[in-house]
Structure formats: C-alpha cells, structure tokens
Design a protein around this ligand. Structure first.
Ligand SMILES: Nc1ncnc2c1ncn2[C@@H]1O[C@H](COP(=O)(O)OP(=O)(O)OP(=O)(O)O)[C@@H](O)[C@H]1O
Ligand SMILES: [Mg+2]
Length: 290
C-alpha cells in the first residue's frame, strides 16, 4: 500500500518542489519525551436514568519515553475515550493515567492532542492557526514565527502560510493540525486517526512523513488508527483492542527495525504482523466493523 518516496509524484496540493513535505525536520527545541502510563483504566458513561455504557475496561499500558505505540480496534471500542483520558480531558471512572510519573488530573500543556477533525479556526491564517498554542500562552515572538514557518515548510505548506483553512484541501488542513500540535513543544503527542479523512495516496505519503517527524523529534506518541498496515509501519508496538468494552487482546511487538525504510513493507515480517492483527477482526462468520 505504500510507495517508495522516489516513485511518488508531487501531490496536487503541493505547488512547488521546495514545498514538498517530508524534507528535513526542523530543529525544534522539543523537551525530553515523557513516559505515559495507563493503570487499570475503566471508563463508564451514562448514569442518571441512562443505561451505563462501559467504553473501556481495565486498560493498562506503559508507553516508554520516545516510543510510538499504535492502538487499533473496532469502531466504538473506546479508542477516542482512551485518548481523551491520556489528554486529561476526562477523568477515568477507575484507574489512573500518569505522565512522566505524575498522576494526570487535568490537561497539561506538554501533552498535545490532534483530533480526528482538523478543528482549525476559520478566521485565522495557516500561520495563525499553527501559532495558536503559543498565542494561548501570550508569548508569540519572532522565534515562534520562525519555528512555525519551518514546520509548515517541512509539512509542504511553505507557500500557504497566509491562506485561510477554507482555501486548503482536507489533507493540507490535517497537516496544519499536526504542525499546530508540534508547536506546543509536546512531551507527549496523541493522534486520533490523523489521516482518516485522506485519500489513500496522500495518506501513504503522510505516513512516511509522520514516521520521519517522529524519528526526528523523538516525541512519545500514541496513534489511533483503523488502518492495520499504517499501525504496523509506524509503530514499535501495536495494541489490539476488543469490541466494546475495549479490553486489550494483545500487545504486539512489531518485528521491524527502528530505522525503517519504506521497502520493509514488502517484507514477510510486515505481512505476517498485519495478518496476525487482521485475524482478530476478520471472521468468516461475522462482521467486526474494523
Ligand atoms: N461523552 C460521552 N458520553 C456518553 N457516551 C460516550 C461518550 N463518549 C463516548 N461514548 C461512548 O463510548 C463508546 C466508545 O466511544 P469512542 O468514541 O471512544 O469509540 P472509538 O473506539 O473511538 O470509535 P471510532 O473508531 O468509531 O472512533 C461508544 O459506545 C460511545 O457511544
Ligand atoms: Mg474514535
């Protein structure tokens, strides 16, 4: 499903060679990556007359500092709920989340989440949207602007910094959202199906670029995806969740080297790992909805 970069033609939304994404990742002053831990996390929604919904059950995971872990599971099994708990947006019904060893009680500036929809502010330019995390801290300076421009150039958007979101394609908006998440200088990056709305070709290129970005920045990353190949290509470990209530079925160590060339996707190890994960969801006698 992936193509070698040298075989990739310029994407329609990249007008010049110089703005092709995936170039050198800008030297950002990323803080040290932090360990992210979920311990026996259970999330129940409802109550007060409503039928309770157990979204997530007894979920435990230890993400090493600088690791990229992917989470796959059927629709409705609690993946977004888990990411919201990692972001401190909800307090789990039971269990706890720790960031860098500290119990998470509310959102932290150094834990950055990219939502499935790009959620850009329509009245702000691409540069203004990218600078938003800094603006919320009331301290945009020339360094911030320089850094935002570098990130946007890396993401292939160097020629679009003054445009508004409605002038961009869906894929370009998602790239702005990734740049914005990185502008927060996160110690932990949470990505909820970041490429879910993209066409297959743009998505494949974004995967290659995301892997490079992660390798260059070393940020602790949790990625949710419905795409098993994407999970295996990007992650060091893949967590497979059951249908709701989401429980861990298996945590798979991806048998690919850390320094990952895109040609590895043609390897037997890649195919076997994808096949193993797929076997959890594809049954002859039922439809699991992955
Ligand atoms: N705020 C909420 N209030 C009530 N129920 C909720 C809330 N958020 C999620 N749920 C329920 O929790 C379950 C898990 O939802 P969640 O969004 O985490 O699933 P998901 O795995 O991300 O699904 P998808 O792959 O479709 O995005 C669903 O049954 C959903 O209806
Ligand atoms: Mg979701």
């Amino acid at each position: 499903m992936f193509r070698k970069r040298s075989q990739t033609t310029a994407l329609a939304d990249q007008p010049t060679e110089t703005s092709e994404p995936g170039g050198g990742f800008p030297q950002l002053s990323m803080p040290s990556p932090l360990r992210l831990t979920a311990q026996n996390v259970t999330q129940v929604f409802g109550g007060r007359g409503k039928q309770p919904v157990v979204a997530l059950e007894n979920f435990s995971l230890d993400v090493e500092p600088g690791e990229l872990v992917a989470i796959v599971g059927p629709s409705g099994c609690g993946k977004t709920t888990l990411l919201h708990a990692f972001a401190g947006l909800i307090k789990p019904t039971a269990g706890e989340i720790r960031v860098g060893g500290q119990q998470l009680k509310s959102p932290r500036r150094d834990v950055s989440m990219m939502f499935q929809a790009p959620t850009l502010l329509p009245w702000k330019t691409v540069l203004g949207n990218c600078l938003l995390p800094r603006e919320l801290e009331h301290r945009i300076d020339e360094d911030d602007r320089k850094r935002a421009r570098e990130l946007l150039t890396w993401a292939g958007l160097g020629d679009f910094t003054d445009r508004r979101p409605h002038e961009l394609s869906g894929g370009m908006q998602q790239r702005v959202a990734i740049c914005r998440a990185l502008m927060a200088n996160p110690s932990v990056l949470l990505l909820d199906e970041p490429f879910g709305a993209l066409d297959a070709m743009t998505r494949e290129q974004m995967n290659v670029d995301l892997r490079r970005m992660w390798a260059a920045s070393g940020v602790t990353t949790v990625l949710i995806t419905h795409d098993i190949s994407e999970a295996v290509y990007l992650a060091g470990r893949v967590v497979v969740l059951s249908p709701r209530p989401g429980r861990i079925l298996e945590i798979i160590d991806v048998p690919l080297p850390k320094d990952r060339d895109v040609s590895l996707i043609q390897s037997p190890e890649f195919a076997q790992t994808c096949g193993h994960i797929r076997s959890y969801f594809i049954r002859e006698d039922r439809h699991a909805g992955v």
